[in-house]
Design a binder for this molecule. Structure first.
Ligand SMILES: Cc1cc2nc3c(=O)[nH]c(=O)nc-3n(C[C@H](O)[C@H](O)[C@H](O)COP(=O)(O)O)c2cc1C
Length: 212
């Protein structure tokens, strides 16, 4: 943490309006472990299909490791300079978590056997399709990624999401098991210069009422 890291309390609306991608970070700022864990916990509070929590967070804080990953992200400077880079992974075999979750709920008496069996059969049926597993991994990990960026903002840190990296090289470099796919990388830290507001399409272009 830099000595003058200040956190002003922001409303949810301010967090959403004031989050902008930051690509220039103060180097050598350490986010306290406790704060980083809070941010990750908030990210993990995101909703997910069947509550399978198809995300994992590969956290890179070590300077050498950030510098090692930077060329894989096509040299993006923020990978080296930000306090942490979190690789958001999507789980291609989240049905395995499904069994665990619903077995625990059954054991705790939170649902009857029949409901547990139905849920597990439904999940395993869906995950027998490779494309479904991949879509679910990307979709749900994306929700956690967004929540992570907002949580970081609420705690006074800035972020930038990055899709610009060589997935195959990252998998190899970080020994990511087959079960997981890298969905995006997020740099987190203290802005050296603020992110600038970017334009958005007007609602008139974005919203379709009732039907096309
Ligand atoms: C999935 C995704 C991938 C992105 N990849 C990159 C990237 O590789 N490098 C980068 O500098 N910005 C990247 N961005 C940031 C976008 O450029 C940025 O979110 C967009 O221009 C809107 O600006 P804002 O985030 O400040 O609102 C990415 C954003 C998302 C959501």
């Amino acid at each position: 943490m830099s000595q003058n890291h200040t956190v002003t309390s922001l409303t949810a609306e301010q967090v959403m309006r004031e989050r902008h991608s930051v690509r220039q970070y103060k180097r050598d700022v350490v986010i306290p472990e406790e704060t980083l864990n809070e941010i990750l916990e908030l990210a993990a509070a995101a909703p997910s299909s069947w509550n399978l929590q198809q995300w994992r967070f590969l956290v890179i804080r070590n300077q050498e490791q950030k510098d090692f990953v930077r060329p894989i992200a096509y040299g993006q400077q923020q990978v080296s300079d930000a306090s942490a880079v979190v690789v958001i992974l999507g789980d291609l075999q989240a049905h395995l978590t499904g069994r665990e979750i619903y077995d625990e709920m059954l054991a705790a008496g939170k649902l009857p056997q029949e409901v547990r069996d139905n849920m597990v059969a439904q999940i395993e049926g869906a995950y027998s399709y490779e494309q479904v597993a991949r879509d679910e991994a990307n979709k749900n990990a994306g929700l956690a990624a967004m929540q992570l960026m907002l949580a970081a903002k609420a705690k006074g840190y800035d972020t930038v999401a990055m899709g610009g990296f060589d997935k195959a090289k990252l998998v190899e470099a970080l020994n990511i098991p087959d079960r997981f796919i890298p969905v995006m990388m997020i740099a987190i830290g203290e802005a050296a210069s603020p992110g600038r507001p970017t334009g958005r399409l007007p609602l008139s272009k974005l919203v379709i009422h009732e039907t096309f």
